[in-house]
Design a protein around this ligand. Structure first.
Ligand code: 26Y
Length: 822
């Protein structure tokens, strides 16, 4: 007998049903007699939306009225996933909706599955932004997200003959969760020229004019908090031609194509999400996206501030802006431009306001992911901004020179401008210089950026400018929504669902650890989640996976540094071992299902080759009669947020095996452990803190440490590393053609040899295999395994996005929650 949180907002299921029927019949103009799952989804979403809007409006009015400092989270990616289930759970109407929709002849799960994922992001960084919005709303912070309304989100992945094929993701055909705001429109200028002029008082002013104008239209998405009336706003900008720019002249004179071309050029800006994760391509359109979104957002924020008639000096008391990586760094320049060119505030005063406003979060140390924009491109696209960047750089370098008078090298190293051909702008440096706080996303990562890529800046600004905020995840979506049975079981022991708001309460599970019945229920839930996934795998791939096998899962973007190649090499080694066994020996083997999922950036050949190999290994292994249930290899197509919700609760062990020092944090590691799965992983990112929290007896760590990586790479470059014999055997097997035409995998194999094995697969391979054997060993002891799982979950409180948001609020934003309105 546990307590449910606050009552729902529908007066019972009858009212809910009436609202659904009303929407189906009037909004959709359909009859309940031919209402299919899609229409039932639309009706349900619209009925719930009506309720959300009330809390949303109240929240926004209240935030305006209270007039406290707000936080704005600028992110080019918001990987929101589906909204309906989350909104039902956060507002506590799911039980009513389930009953109501059942009486109308539908299963709530089928209705939920009709929704298209909002996939406006690539991976970790985009999903983090989504988790943060949930945390901000749940904790009643006045916080907005600002992003782009891409017409196409991350591509859909299809696997054809083992290869990844990209299919466009048009997701906007029916989206009840967005509200167009045609009245919130901002003109954004590109190109043009800069000239000096005099104002009416005879003072010299700088004018940027003559450029091409594109209009930004706001689309607002409600973000309901859990068990609170607070519903925050995510504002996404869509591009269209500015009024007057759509060329009626051309249209009139019969040049329809010409006029349509102009329109399309404007609309192209928000057309598509760049599908690169941790690889920067430096394309002009991407820079246009960045400025378009940043300019519209800042205009909006400044307009809101000006309505309060405060002096400019109070801007940082009202506004905190967090930069999600360097993608919005131009916001720093844009605010400085508004203050000096438009508001005519003196440079120094303006710069003080700017730096007090911004915080910058770094998500990577990989050199290929650090954004650098070509100076000629910036000159062409944003001439005034380039001038301002030069000035920012000049004043900064003058300061550095005063601090380190004889150190010319220092000036070259820290300059925003890199003296390459052509010159490029180092956006991370600009972000540091323009912010009052810089943070990494896990302890090791925050230490590494201070010791490596930002070392000079620590010397210049002192260590206090650099902080760590270890990432977190929202337990609402990643436990309550993805794993309702486990959430209910936990609630039954803890006396309610308060733990979803105060995740450290999970500690109180510990007294139940020896409770036989509790353990049985716990493991039964894990099994039912595995059965659910096995059914999905069978339905979509035809592969049958034994739910009692050890589910070994690696789902994340495909990247060499994440080392899916090491995983699949390990699978091949296992396969070779199984083949060499007698049938008696095979009886003692722990059956395994190796499950993969993840997208490769379309231009990333090595990542695509890894996908090809995984599928090829699956094809050979899965139909090998000697092997049967002992090993299955599955690649789940089109990994996304809604698939993650299905996959993560089903894992026994998940793999987080990046080369030490390369994965900034990882967040799926947290999701897996929170769902009662264990981890095999390297000493990297948040794995280290997870280990500290749950205890090293509950995690399977492997491989070299970050501190050894440099030396190991050096030895590879000087040909001093002998390849591990087992890895050699795996490579031989691939080269023999066991997994199809070996020339397909040439690049992958040579990356280990002539390529100097940059990601150190050969150095960690034997440790990886031994550790996998330990996993098998531990899994044989069912009781011991359950103990590890339950103890781990009890220790996961730290990794709530709520803890994370509170740390940002205290340390970086200086914002307070509001009392939610009734
Ligand atoms: C420059 C551009 C192409 C670019 C686009 C996307 C660069 C980076 C990214 C995405 C980076 C990303 O997702 N980073 C991940 O951020 C997570 C949240 O902090 C971390 O957990 C994860 O380790 C990190 O790889």
């Amino acid at each position: 007998a546990w307590r449910k949180l606050a009552a729902c907002e529908f007066q019972g299921k009858e009212q809910f049903q009436r609202e659904v029927v009303r929407h189906v019949e009037t909004t959709l103009a359909r009859s309940m007699y031919n209402c299919d799952d899609a229409a039932a989804y639309a009706g349900t979403a619209l009925a719930l939306r009506d309720k959300l809007v009330i809390g949303w409006n109240k929240t926004q009015q209240n935030q305006t009225l209270q007039d406290q400092k707000r936080v704005y989270y600028l992110s080019l990616e918001f990987l929101m996933g589906r909204a309906l289930d989350n909104a039902m759970l956060n507002t506590q109407v799911k039980d009513v909706a389930r009953d109501g929709i059942a009486e109308l002849g539908f299963r709530i799960e089928d209705v939920i599955n009709q929704e298209h994922d909002a996939a406006l992001g690539n991976g970790g960084l985009g999903r983090l932004a989504a988790c943060f919005l949930d945390g901000l709303a749940t904790l009643n912070y006045p916080g907005w997200g600002y992003g782009l309304r891409y017409r196409y989100g991350i591509f859909k992945q299809e696997i054809v003959d083992g290869y990844q094929v990209e299919v466009p993701d048009y997701w906007l055909d029916f989206n009840p969760w967005e509200f167009p705001r045609p009245d919130v429109a901002v003109d954004v200028m590109f190109y043009g020229y800069v000239k000096k002029d005099t104002d009416s008082d005879g003072k010299t002013i700088i004018v940027w004019e003559g450029g091409e104008i594109v209009q930004a239209i706001a689309y607002d998405v409600p973000v309901p908090g859990f068990d609170t009336s607070t519903t925050n706003n995510l504002r996404l900008w869509s591009s269209k031609p500015a009024s007057g720019e759509f060329d009626f002249q051309k249209f009139n004179s019969g040049d329809y194509e010409g006029s349509i071309r102009d329109q399309q050029r404007a609309e192209t800006i928000s057309a598509v999400l760049y599908p690169n994760d941790n690889i920067s391509a430096g394309k002009e359109l991407r820079l246009k996206q960045q400025y378009f979104w940043v300019a519209a957002s800042l205009h909006d924020i400044v307009r809101r501030f000006k309505k309060t008639h405060r002096p400019w000096s109070q801007f940082p008391d009202q506004v905190a802006i967090q930069l999600n990586d360097t993608h919005p760094t131009l916001a720093i320049v844009e605010l400085q431009r508004i203050l000096i060119d438009v508001e005519h505030i003196p440079w120094d005063q303006a710069w003080e306001i700017v730096t007090a406003t911004f915080g910058y979060t770094n998500h990577t140390v990989l050199p290929e992911a650090l954004e650098k924009w070509s100076v000629p491109l910036m000159q062409h696209l944003l001439p005034r901004h380039l001038q301002i960047i030069y000035d920012i750089n000049l004043f900064f370098l003058q300061k550095v020179e005063r601090m380190f008078p004889k150190d010319r090298e220092m000036l070259t190293r820290v300059s925003i401008i890199e003296e390459s051909q052509p010159q490029v702008l180092r956006m991370a440096y600009l972000a540091i210089i323009g912010s009052h706080k810089v943070n990494g996303v896990a302890e090791l990562h925050s230490d590494l950026i201070k010791a490596t890529i930002f070392k000079d800046f620590v010397a210049i600004y002192g260590p206090d400018k650099f902080a760590n905020v270890t990432n977190g995840i929202t337990p609402r979506r990643w436990l309550h929504q993805a794993n309702p049975k486990l959430s209910d079981l936990i609630a039954s022991k803890l006396g309610g669902y308060e733990f979803l708001k105060e995740l450290s309460q999970l500690e109180r599970l510990r007294p139940f650890i020896d409770d036989k019945e509790f353990r049985r229920e716990w493991m039964e839930i894990k099994l039912s989640n595995k059965i659910r996934l096995a059914k999905y795998i069978r339905d979509t791939t035809g592969i049958s996976v034994n739910p009692h096998a050890l589910f070994d899962i690696q789902v994340k973007r495909i990247h060499e540094y994440k080392r899916q190649q090491m995983n699949i090499f390990g699978v091949i080694d296992r396969y070779l071992n199984l083949k060499a066994m007698t049938s008696e020996e095979r009886k003692k083997v722990v059956p395994r299902a190796s499950i993969f999922g993840g997208k490769a950036a379309p231009g990333y050949w090595m990542a695509k080759t890894i996908i090809r190999l995984i599928n090829a290994v699956g094809e050979v292994v899965n139909k090998d009669k000697d092997i049967g249930d002992l090993l299955k290899v599955v690649f789940i197509e089109d990994y996304n947020v809604s698939k993650a919700e299905l996959i993560i609760p089903a894992s026994d062990i998940s793999e987080h095996i990046s080369t030490a020092g390369t994965e900034a944090s990882g967040t799926s590691n947290m999701k897996f452990v929170l769902n009662g799965g264990l981890i095999i992983g390297t000493c990297d990112g948040a794995n280290i803190e997870i280990t500290r929290e749950i205890g090293d007896e509950n995690i399977f760590l492997l491989g070299n440490l970050a501190e050894d990586v440099e030396d190991l790479r050096h030895r590879h470059r000087y040909g001093q590393v002998e390849m591990d014999p087992k890895l050699r055997a795996v490579c031989d097997e691939i080269e023999k053609g066991t997994f199809g035409d070996p020339s397909v995998y040439e690049g992958l194999i040579s990356s280990l040899t002539t390529g100097c094995d940059y990601y150190l697969v050969s150095d960690d391979f034997s440790s990886y295999l031994t550790t996998q054997d330990l996993v098998d060993e531990a899994y044989r002891d069912k009781d011991g395994w359950a103990t590890k799982c339950i103890n781990s979950v009890a220790s996961m409180g730290f990794f709530s996005a709520d803890r994370c948001i509170n740390e940002y609020a205290d340390m970086i934003w200086n914002v307070e929650p509001l009392v939610p309105v009734k």
